[in-house]
Design a protein around this ligand. Structure first.
Ligand code: GLC
Length: 605
């Protein structure tokens, strides 16, 4: 008897249960049995190939459901923009269920763990609620709201099937030149620690609870500290600095029960994190006692020999023995499996290492309830992208706005004549940024929502006369105010590295110049993933509002522009006075244009 359970051949429901006993056989299929017993029983039935397959994840485009099952793959992912046609919740659920059906039809019936990057809502899916990127959420200083965002995101993800979210990024971005700065909550570890509440939102009260997904603390460790903000570059700092700046968010994530950790592409003092046994096994697993699963990043193992080429046996051995448990091998799953099998047969990777990895992976699968409920929870689709979810996003947009300058043009007056211009005024793709519908994101009407211009029109109401021209053509002195919505266009990861400057582009400068020429007060709204180099232009602007990357609910920007909600955001990134100052971070003695923690509001009326 174990904890009141009968562990006979036909294992029964809890002893003393009055209902007719169900029969669960084999043991690991019994949901009433403690997870560790289920894991032990299942692993005792697994072959070497079963165990190796469990440690490998492939991209959905590379394997059919049956091929994934034949390889005994433990996991499938949709990379950024890897979506079914049509890109709808129903089609996602059908796709997901097909992989799951094939997986549970294998002899041991181990369900697959399907992962997606839902980094600001379920951003791959058309019509999903897209939240502000982390750069804006950090400025909102509302961890409870961020937890709620996690909960809404998890619900929309689970409604389409996947039970694993490769989020949150708990990176501490120390250099604005980094293309992933917007995935960071701020330049101090405290910003990531404060907002690690999103993990609780994503994972719910338990992984098997309705609408919960497995969260991923990423990217371990020091991804935001590379020299020059070089994505996937080299973080050249002491261990003391690494432990002071980049490790604390992972300690917080572990405290909050994050079920997985993703390894960073970057290096620490010249050694790739994907091969770093000290960081992964000695620090993360032993010192920090992380008991979840450790996953590699996209072909991250392929970089270990110094170039991002074909996978080698050395790279497989080094990364497995470093302590990574599950390998994101989008298009090389079969090769990874055969190389790892050879390393095990040669005694260069131990059975104990395979067992550690499988124990961690299977524990999360049992905890997620996948053996009992492997399929998409379509009942959640009724709320997908709905008004209630979008209201949460709009609140986050409002709270993330940071007012940096105001000589009286803000708040806009309802009933006034407002001219709106700029490439980011009426473009939901630009205001959502990278990781939206596609990996890199893109300009244009890529999904449903409200642009900032539409928000201005809605919030301004019928009495406010709003004229729009992207380039600013037609503006004249008859307007009460001119609003230029400018800044960056979408990018992700290294595509967003800006080693040569962060100034506004020629189109933006031309648009603002036209508005300024009329003598009408000019309000500039920056839509960007980071502070921009605007010092030389700022003098001619009456007001400046940093909107960051607000996502689909652009009306939240208008809520602040018209004063329906007074600006409350505070910078979590020092705003450099000049590009040459970079990196600039609070406490480093450099004088910022707008310091960390800065943010104005409107006078109380
Ligand atoms: C990417 C990113 C990582 C993401 C993964 C899967 O390269 O580095 O954040 O989770 O691949 O899309």
């Amino acid at each position: 008897m174990v904890s009141g359970l009968l562990l006979t051949g036909a294992v029964l429901a809890p002893a003393g249960a009055t209902a007719a006993p169900e029969t669960f056989w084999p043991l690991y299929q019994n949901p009433y049995v403690p997870v560790q017993l289920r894991v032990h029983d299942l692993m005792s039935r697994m072959s070497l190939d079963d165990k190796i397959g469990q440690m490998v994840q492939a991209e959905r485009q590379a394997v059919t459901p049956q091929q994934a099952a034949d390889l005994r793959l433990g996991s499938i992912l949709s990379g950024g923009g890897s979506v079914p046609t049509p890109n709808t919740p129903a089609a996602w659920a059908d796709m997901y269920d097909a992989y799951q059906k094939a997986a549970v039809s294998t002899p041991l019936g181990i369900p697959t763990l399907y992962g997606v990057d839902a980094v600001h809502g379920h951003n791959n899916v058309y019509g999903a609620t897209i939240f502000p990127h982390n750069v804006g959420l950090g400025a909102a200083h509302d961890p409870k709201l961020v937890e709620k965002i996690g909960k809404v995101t998890a619900s929309e993800v689970r409604s389409t099937g996947p039970t694993w979210d490769f989020a949150p990024c708990l990176c501490v971005s120390r250099d604005d030149r980094w293309g992933r700065a917007y995935e960071s909550f701020g330049e101090t570890p405290q910003d990531a620690i404060d907002n690690a509440t999103i993990i609780n939102g994503l994972q719910g009260r338990s992984l098997k609870a309705k609408g919960s997904v497995l969260a991923t603390a990423k990217h371990y460790v020091g991804d935001g500290g590379t020299t020059g903000g070089d994505d996937q570059g080299n973080t050249e700092i002491s261990e003391a600095e690494l432990r002071k700046i980049h490790l604390p968010p992972f300690q917080e994530a572990i405290k909050r029960g994050a079920g997985s950790v993703m390894i960073s592409f970057s290096s620490w003092n010249g050694k790739k994190a994907h091969g770093h046994r000290y960081l992964i096994t000695d620090v993360l697993k032993k010192e920090l006692r992380f008991s979840g699963l450790v996953v590699s990043d996209w072909n991250g193992v392929h970089q270990l020999n110094g170039n991002n080429d074909d996978l080698t046996a050395d790279e497989v051995r080094e990364s497995v023995n470093a302590g990574i448990d599950l390998f994101m091998e989008p298009y090389d799953a079969p090769k990874f499996i055969s190389l790892l099998r050879a390393e095990v047969d040669a005694g260069r990777v131990s059975q104990a290492r395979l067992d550690d990895a499988n124990r961690r992976i299977l524990t999360k699968k049992f905890e997620s309830g996948l053996f009992e409920k492997p399929y998409a929870d379509r009942s959640l689709q009724k709320d997908f992208g709905g008004a209630e979810h979008r209201a949460v996003a709009r609140e986050a947009v409002r709270k993330s706005q940071v007012l940096l300058k105001n000589e009286g043009a803000l708040p806009l007056k309802k009933g006034s004549k407002v001219f709106v211009a700029g490439k980011n005024a009426d473009d939901i793709g630009n205001q959502s940024g990278g990781w939206t519908i596609t990996w890199q994101g893109s300009s244009g009407p890529i999904t449903t929502g409200t642009t900032i211009l539409q928000g201005i029109q809605q919030v301004g109401g019928p009495r406010t006369k709003v004229t729009y021209d992207r380039e600013g053509d037609g503006v004249d002195g008859s307007y009460d105010v001119a609003v230029a919505v400018v800044g960056e266009t979408p990018y992700a990861e290294g595509e967003g590295d800006r080693p040569n400057g962060l100034k506004l582009d020629a189109e933006d400068l031309s648009t603002i110049a036209k508005l300024k020429a009329t003598g009408v007060p000019v309000v500039v709204v920056t839509v960007s993933g980071r502070p921009l180099d605007i010092t030389s232009e700022l003098g001619g602007w009456n007001a400046l509002l940093a909107a960051w990357l607000p996502g689909t609910e652009g009306a939240g920007v208008a809520d602040v522009l018209f004063g329906d909600h007074r600006p409350s955001g505070k910078l979590t990134f020092s705003w450099a006075e000049s590009f040459d100052q970079l990196p600039i971070n609070v406490g480093d003695g450099k004088k910022a244009l707008f310091p960390y923690g800065y943010g104005l509001t409107y006078p109380k009326t």
